[in-house]
Design a protein around this ligand. Structure first.
Ligand code: SF4
Length: 192
């Protein structure tokens, strides 16, 4: 598992970082939380100094700070531990420049598909949205990405879109804490 080599470019970057930063995780980052949770969250990929460093999804950088602060407001986390929620990434290894290639997203989808079972999923950003739609058997032309958009999948599951909680989106106010909380409030309503 630590040495998945299905994406040669990402495996090579991991190898370089294992030499340069041997104390970091530098491996595919596993899902975090309850596999049977009612709400799943799909991010893009590990951040270099966040999940790639710590080995825990959305832990150690600004994205994780906002995500966990929001989860705690909705009692979906306590003391940094997810509760009733499963946190995944579309791509499990650090991509150069935070930009995975289409074939890397496609290749890693087998892991996303295997774990994405929740009745309600929140996709963080367009790439996570696209991969989650495909993982759930939906059709992209019918499910355009947009902050707050809701999509009913063929099997009845619901996908809600959000702008990604990246530092950039926070700093530019593309995503405010209030906008993010509105998405989670809706997910809680739909989960029931
Ligand atoms: S991104 Fe996914 S499929 Fe690609 S090497 Fe990492 S774990 Fe394997």
């Amino acid at each position: 598992m630590r040495d998945c080599a299905l994406c040669p470019r990402l495996a090579a970057l991991r190898g370089e970082l294992r030499v340069a930063q041997p104390e970091w995780w530098n491996a595919p980052v596993p899902a975090l939380g309850d596999p049977e949770a009612g709400i799943a969250i799909v991010g893009l990929a590990p951040g270099m100094k966040g999940a790639n460093r710590t080995g825990r999804a959305f832990t150690g950088d600004a994205s994780g700070d906002l995500l966990f602060a929001t989860l705690e407001k909705f009692a979906l986390a306590e003391a940094g531990e997810p509760k009733g929620v499963l946190i995944l990434n579309a791509v499990r290894c650090l991509p150069p420049g935070n930009k995975p290639l289409p074939e890397e997203i496609r290749t890693c989808r087998q892991f996303l598909s295997g774990q994405l079972r929740a009745p309600v999923t929140i996709a963080l950003g367009q790439i996570a949205h696209q991969s989650a739609v495909k993982a759930m058997g939906g059709r992209l032309p019918k499910t355009p990405f947009g902050h707050g958009n809701e999509h009913r999948m063929p099997d009845g599951r619901v996908l809600i879109d959000s702008y990604h909680c990246s530092r950039y989106n926070q700093n530019t106010n593309r995503l405010t804490a209030e906008m993010f909380e509105a998405v989670f409030a809706r997910a809680m309503e739909l989960r029931g």
